[in-house]
Design a protein around this ligand. Structure first.
Ligand code: AHG
Ligand code: MN
Ligand code: MN
Length: 334
C-alpha cells in the first residue's frame, strides 16, 4: 500500500514554501482542520440530534434566517481560532461586526481569518452538501494591539491562504497558500484528513453551468445571451451544456474545480449588488480558482483586486473555468 499523506504531514512539509515560515500558518490550518472535524461530526448527526436541524429563530445582519448549524459552525471556528493564539481577530458572515480577540496572547497573533462558517444553509435540512469557506490575511495593525477593521478590509490579492471544507458524500478540505491547490479527504475511521487530490487544476472549459435560473428574466442582456449560448448547439461543444445548481456555492465550486464549469451569481433586482459576500465567499474561492488555472470576476473585473469597503459587502460573481468565464465576460461587455 502506498503511504498516506495526512494534512498535518503535508502542511509541515510545505511550511518552507510559505514566505513567513514560522509555523503559525500551519497551526492556523490545524485549527481549521480541528473545527471542521467537529462540524463534520455534527453535520453527520443532523436529523438525530436536536441542536443541528432547523432555524435558530433570529436573522443575521444581512437579514437571513440563521440556522442552528450556522451558529454551531460559527462557534466551533471562532473558538478554534481564539484558542490557537496565532489569530488576533476574525470576521464571519454570521456576526454583525468583526471580533478582536481580547486576550494579550491572541493580540500577539499576526493573522486574521475571515470565513463563512456554513455555506449553503438552505441545504442543511434537506441533506444536501454544505461547506465552510475561509480566508487568511496577515494583519496590518501592530502586533500586541487589538485587530482592526483595516485588517479585515484587505484586497483578495493579499490573502496568505484560503480554502474550504465540503461536508458532502465525504468531507473534504481544499486549500491553497499560493502554491497550487491541494485536496484532502477525511477518513472517518481514523479522523485524519488524507491527501487525495494533490495539485488540483480546473479544466480550461467544461460542459456545466451553475446559476439560479429562476432569476434569468431579470438579468442583463449579455448574461441572458451567455446562458442562451450555454443552452444552444452553437457553442464550443456543439451541444447544450448541462445546468447544475446545488445552491451551495462551495459544492458547485468544488464540482466545477474537478470537472470544469462556471458558477454565476449576478446582480439582480432582489440583490442589486449580487448575493455573495466578497470577503467570506468570493475572495477565498477566487484565490483557489486562480491557483487552479481558473478565473473569478464580477463579469467585468478581477475579484481579487477589489478593495473592500465594508465587511458584509456583496458583489456579482462569475467563477470557474477560464475559457467559460472569459466567454461570459465578452458577452457582458459587448
Ligand atoms: P449562505 O448559506 O452562506 O448564506 O450562502 C448561500 C449562497 C450560496 O451558497 C448559494 O449558491 C446561494 O447563496 C444561493 O442563493 P439562491 O437561493 O438565491 O440561489
Ligand atoms: Mn455562503
Ligand atoms: Mn453561510
Amino acid at each position: 500500500m502506498s503511504k498516506l499523506t495526512t494534512l498535518v504531514d503535508f502542511i509541515y512539509e510545505k511550511q518552507a514554501d510559505f514566505p513567513f515560515a514560522t509555523g503559525e500558518l500551519s497551526r492556523i490550518l490545524s485549527s481549521i482542520s480541528l473545527a471542521s472535524k467537529m462540524v463534520s461530526r455534527d453535520v453527520r448527526q443532523a436529523g438525530l440530534v436536536d441542536h443541528i436541524l432547523g432555524a435558530q429563530g433570529v436573522d443575521n445582519i444581512q437579514g437571513e434566517a440563521q440556522q442552528k448549524l450556522d451558529l454551531v459552525a460559527d462557534t466551533a471556528f471562532i473558538n478554534a481560532f481564539e484558542q490557537g493564539g496565532d489569530v488576533c481577530g476574525i470576521a464571519s458572515e454570521e456576526n454583525d461586526d468583526f471580533l478582536a480577540f481580547p486576550s494579550a496572547h491572541a493580540q500577539k497573533g499576526k493573522y486574521v481569518v475571515l470565513f463563512d462558517p456554513l455555506d449553503g444553509s438552505s441545504n442543511i435540512d434537506v441533506n444536501v452538501s454544505i461547506g465552510t469557506i475561509f480566508s487568511i490575511y496577515r494583519r496590518i495593525s501592530s502586533e500586541g494591539t487589538p485587530a482592526t477593521l483595516e485588517d479585515m478590509l484587505q484586497a483578495g490579492t493579499e490573502q496568505i491562504a484560503a480554502g474550504y471544507v465540503l461536508y458532502g458524500s465525504s468531507t473534504m478540505l481544499v486549500y491553497t497558500t499560493g502554491k497550487g491547490v491541494h485536496g484532502f479527504t477525511l477518513d472517518p475511521s481514523t479522523g485524519e484528513f488524507c491527501l487525495s487530490h494533490p495539485d488540483m487544476k480546473m479544466p480550461e472549459r467544461g460542459r456545466m453551468y451553475a446559476m439560479n435560473e429562476g432569476n434569468i428574466n431579470t438579468c442583463e442582456p449579455g448574461l441572458k445571451e451567455y446562458i442562451a449560448y450555454c443552452q444552444s448547439n452553437d457553442n464550443d461543444y456543439n451541444a447544450p451544456y448541462s445546468g447544475r445548481y446545488i445552491g451551495s456555492l462551495v459544492a458547485d465550486f468544488h464540482r466545477n474545480l474537478i470537472k470544469g464549469g462556471i458558477y454565476i451569481y449576478p446582480a439582480i433586482p432582489a440583490s442589486p449588488e449580487g448575493r455573495l459576500r466578497l470577503l467570506y465567499e468570493c475572495n477565498p474561492l477566487a484565490f483557489l480558482a486562480e491557483q487552479a488555472g481558473g478565473l473569478a470576476t464580477t463579469g467585468r473585473k478581477r475579484i481579487l483586486e477589489i478593495k473592500p469597503s465594508a465587511l458584509h459587502q456583496r458583489i456579482p460573481y462569475f467563477v470557474g473555468s477560464k475559457l467559460m468565464v472569459e466567454k461570459a465576460m465578452s458577452l457582458l461587455q459587448k
